[in-house]
Design a protein around this ligand. Structure first.
Ligand code: PLP
Length: 219
């Protein structure tokens, strides 16, 4: 199957309120261009340097999403252009993003990553840490970031009930904060679901899916 037909198949299966992030990490620019020429404009990368290189080579109407774990000292490289940072999991990182957004005279949209899996390796905040972050005075002072919602990754397992439980948890945490009124929050996005589990994620309330291998093939 071609990238274009994979993309069309997936897009036609998504409800209107769900945004598709085409996860293009490790794939070469010609593959991304095939998706671009088929109409895709949102791409997700998990390494900052790779995203910067692709940004420089590719058309400027692409929205670049950083979906990987972000090190504070690398924020400056993507601050001029990144469209959405999915994996924000600390106040310290948010401070760096705010600082570099200000330097670039812009506001950077972010999602807070919530830990929902049963694996040690996955990053993210728990519900208590999320609430502490959102109610901290430092957070309220940040004028150059905007929190659009939450992101989570389910456990890598075949057990659909387990995955469903984790997605449902993320949705319920989102529902518990979504009425929050703050200048730097516009809570409307739940980024959950990948190639293997995006249909389940949408059933559980996802509004943004991050799909790589089902579009571009295995890595
Ligand atoms: C790689 C990656 C994806 C996409 O995974 P696929 O299984 O290839 O669809 C989604 N989200 C994150 C955070 C990733 O690192």
């Amino acid at each position: 199957m071609s990238i274009q037909s994979n993309l069309n198949t997936i897009k036609s299966s998504l409800p209107e309120h769900v945004t598709l992030v085409a996860v293009s990490k490790t794939k070469p620019v010609p593959d991304l261009m095939e998706a671009y020429n088929a109409g895709q404009r949102i791409f997700g990368e998990n390494k900052i340097q790779e995203m910067v290189d692709k940004y420089e080579e590719m058309p400027k109407d692409i929205q670049w999403h950083m979906i990987g774990h972000v090190q504070s000292n690398k924020v400056k490289f993507m601050a001029p252009f990144v469209s959405l940072i999915h994996g924000v999991d600390s106040l310290k990182l948010l401070e760096q993003i705010n600082k570099h957004a200000l330097k670039n005279n812009r506001t950077i949209d972010c999602l807070l990553q919530i830990y929902i899996a049963e694996e040690e390796s996955k990053f993210g905040l728990d519900e208590k840490e999320l609430n502490e972050l959102l109610s901290s005075p430092e957070f309220k002072e940040m004028k150059n970031i905007r929190i659009l919602g939450l992101m989570g990754m389910a456990t890598f397992t075949e057990d659909q009930n387990q995955i469903k439980k984790e997605f449902t948890l993320l949705k319920s945490i989102f529902d518990s904060i979504k009425e929050l009124k703050a200048e730097n929050c516009d809570l409307k996005t739940i980024s959950m679901g990948m190639s293997g589990d995006y249909k389940l994620a949408i059933e559980c309330g996802s509004t943004m899916v991050r799909i790589g291998s089902s579009i571009f093939g295995g890595r």
